[in-house]
Structures are given as C-alpha cells and as structure tokens.
Design a protein around this ligand. Structure first.
Ligand SMILES: Cc1ncc(COP(=O)(O)O)c(C=O)c1O
Length: 396
C-alpha cells in the first residue's frame, strides 16, 4: 500500500516531541508556563454562547456549503467597518483559517508550483502547500532587523513556477506588522508578476503602539488578485469553534474553492451561529483585547531583555515574540528546561524556531513565545528562561 510522496514530505509538528517531556515534568509536580502555543487564556465573548443557546431549530441541519447567510452578512458588515467592500457572496465560510489556506493552495497550485513567503513563517503553510503539490520559496528575514522583509528580495525570489505571495499580517511567528505602504508595495509586486496575493490576517486587530489596522483588502486597485484569510480563533479567543473564511472579489477563485466546499458539505452550523454574533461585536472589544495583549508584550519583552546576549526587537502586533538566544541549540535548552531544571517547582516551555524556517540550519538558536498568559505569568515565564539559561550555561 502506498502513501503519497507529498504526504511523506510533510513533517509532524516539531513541538510534539516535547509534549511527552512536559507531561512527565507535570507528573513530577512541576508547573509549566506554556508559552509555546497560540491558545489564548481570554474568555470567549458571552454573545457566542448566548446565540448558540437561543438556537431553537429541531434539527442541526447541514448549512450552505459557502456558509450560513447570517454569518456571511455579519462578516461583510465587519469588513465594511474598515472601509473594505466584501459582499456576502465574496465570503466563503471555512473550518477555521486552516481550511481556508488548504482550499486556496489546492485551488491555485499544480505540482512543482511555488508560493513565496517571508521566513520565519507560520509552519502549517508547509503542510498545506506541500499537500497541494507545491513548495514554499522563503525570503529570509533576520532577528537583528526585527524580521523586516525587504520587498526587493521578494522580487528576486520569484521564478516562472511562482503562483502567489502569502503575507501574514500581523505576523506569526514574528509579530511583524506591515504598514499600508508595505502592503501596497507587496501587492504591486504581485501585480507585476501576475500572482495571487494571499493575505493571512487572522490577527488583524492586534496592532500596537497606536498604529492602525492594515489590510490587503484596503487596496481596491488590487482586489482582483487579493485573497484574504480570516478566522474567529484569535480575535475572539474562539479557537475551538473552527470558523474562518476566504474573502475575495475574484470570482474565479471563489468559484473553485466552492467546489471543495461543496465536497466537504458544510461547516458546523451552531458554531457559525455563534460566530455571526462575534462578528457583530462592538469595536470597543478590539481595543480592550489590543490593550491586554500590548501590556503582555511589554511585560514579556522587558523581562526577556534582561537575558545577557539575547537578540530581541519589540514586535508591533499579533501575540508572538521571537528571540535569538545565546545558545547553539534551543531544542537542547528546552529539553534541559523540561527534564533537569525547575525554580521553586516551576519551569517554562516555548517553541523552538527551526520549524518556522524553510532554509536548512536557520532558527536553531531562535525561539517563539506566545504571550497568551496574563502579564504576571508572562514575566515569570521569561524569568524562568533567564534562570534556566544561567543554569544551562553553567553546566557546560
Ligand atoms: C497565521 C495563522 N494563520 C492561520 C491560522 C489558523 O487558525 P484557525 O484554523 O484556528 O483559524 C493560525 C493559527 O494559529 C495562524 O497563526
């Protein structure tokens, strides 16, 4: 029996191998500050639960393949709040941003085609692009430069098999935020080479330091090639509801992703009802969330900065921060933290960054931290990295 070469090329999540050691540490009674995954601790807004409770149909039927009309309308209205014109028909509801990405890559790639993105990047792009038969072509960015991507490098990376540029804005894992000018420059490159412009904006509102939300949807002159990926997971702390969408004014992409949507029949009906209520939430909620994450970022950044030899620039958005540590191999350091170290019965877990790079050898001394715990816990988590590093280095 055969497993496809495409599947054999895909790696398991790099963090999986550490879960076993984390569980063993917990069994020894050690508390672990889990800064490794993007699962926020914030309560999902009550309106989601209320909308689900108010549902009184006798049958939980399949919903439309493109999504519940009430949700498409709510998303359309939400985008209009940013001056972005997506009609309900320009929106296809998906099982989270993940399914949106998978459908898009499957629709635009043939075997041997490629997609350009700045590395380090959201590691699951590997899974979806490879499963669609394509490859990621990375544009490398560096910790020392705050992971800023030089648009001229994007242009140099394009070849005759390039089909799309994908930008994660605000960024995961980097926290990098693009200005409207950056967005325009990148969209212009996509236009020059006739590429799709995929904009993964699942962290859209998490933009700090008084900066404004930017979106590829704000540039109507590029709307024929822009495909936006959205999700309720992070914005509304509703990761388990599995609702996202594809938004595009290009009828060709919408028509083709619909074929996959029809094949998988529908997204969960009740989760969509709850999601419709979330998209209608007052904008003050976004300010509240933004302020919360901004103070967590400041707390963790301040504490990380105390680590001698660290390279860490303050990121402008999302809820991730990357850092280069003064160790050769952060995986070995993480193993030490989980198996040999504790401070007053506590230790910490982060994501080693190697899996966020396509270029072999990069990221071995870098980590990603998700600031998904409250500010005090974030400070303590960063302090544990510092204390652990002192012991780790002394041991050698
Ligand atoms: C950049 C980015 N895109 C997409 C997703 C997919 O999220 P979901 O499928 O929960 O919407 C995530 C989740 O972490 C992400 O970080």
């Amino acid at each position: 029996m055969n497993i496809s070469e495409r599947m054999l090329k895909i790696e398991h999540s790099p963090i999986r191998k550490f879960n076993k050691y984390a569980l063993e540490a917990q069994e020894r009674g050690i508390r672990i500050y889990r800064l490794n995954i993007g699962q926020p601790d914030i309560a999902t807004p009550q309106c989601f639960m209320d909308a689900v409770k108010d549902f009184d149909d006798k049958v939980i039927a399949y919903s439309e393949s493109g999504g519940e009309a009430v949700l498409q309308k709510a998303i359309s209205k939400y985008f209009a709040g940013y001056g972005i014109d997506f009609k309900p028909d320009d929106i296809m509801v998906t099982n989270g941003g993940s399914e949106a990405l998978s459908m898009i890559f499957t629709s635009i790639l043939d075997p041997g085609d490629n997609v350009i993105t700045a590395e380090p990047y959201y590691t699951n792009y590997n899974t979806f692009v490879t499963a669609a038969g394509g490859d990621i072509v990375p544009v490398t960015t560096r910790a020392e430069e705050g992971y800023k991507a030089d648009p001229s490098f994007i242009e140099k990376a394009i070849n005759d098999r390039t089909r799309a540029i994908i930008c994660t804005n605000p960024g995961n894992p980097t926290g990098r935020v693009l200005s409207l000018e950056d967005v325009k420059t990148i969209a212009e490159i996509a236009k020059k080479y006739d590429l799709w412009m995929i904009a993964d904006e699942v962290y859209r509102e998490f933009v700090f330091d008084g900066n404004k939300v930017t979106s590829f949807g704000m540039l109507p002159e590029f709307s024929d090639r822009v495909i936006i990926v959205d999700s309720i997971s992070k914005r509304f702390s509703a990761c388990g509801a599995r609702v996202g969408c594809i938004a595009s004014k290009n009828p060709q992409i919408m028509d083709n992703v619909m074929k996959i949507a029809q094949g998988r029949l529908s997204c969960p009906t009740l989760d969509q009802i709850g999601a419709a209520a979330l998209y209608g939430i007052d904008h003050s909620y976004y300010d509240e969330m933004k302020n919360e994450y901004e103070s967590r970022r400041d707390a963790v950044y301040e504490e990380l900065s105390k680590i001698p030899g660290i390279v860490c620039k303050k990121p402008g958005g999302s809820f991730y921060i990357m850092a280069k540590l003064p160790v050769d191999n952060v995986e070995d350091f993480l193993m030490f933290l989980l198996t040999e170290f504790d401070d007053n019965g506590e230790t910490v877990m982060f994501s080693p960054a190697e899996g966020f790079y396509a270029t072999p050898g990069l990221g071995k001394d870098e980590i990603r931290i998700a600031y998904v715990l409250n500010s005090d816990d974030m400070r303590r988590g960063a302090e544990l990295i510092r204390l652990g590093m002192e012991k780790y280095n002394a041991r050698r």
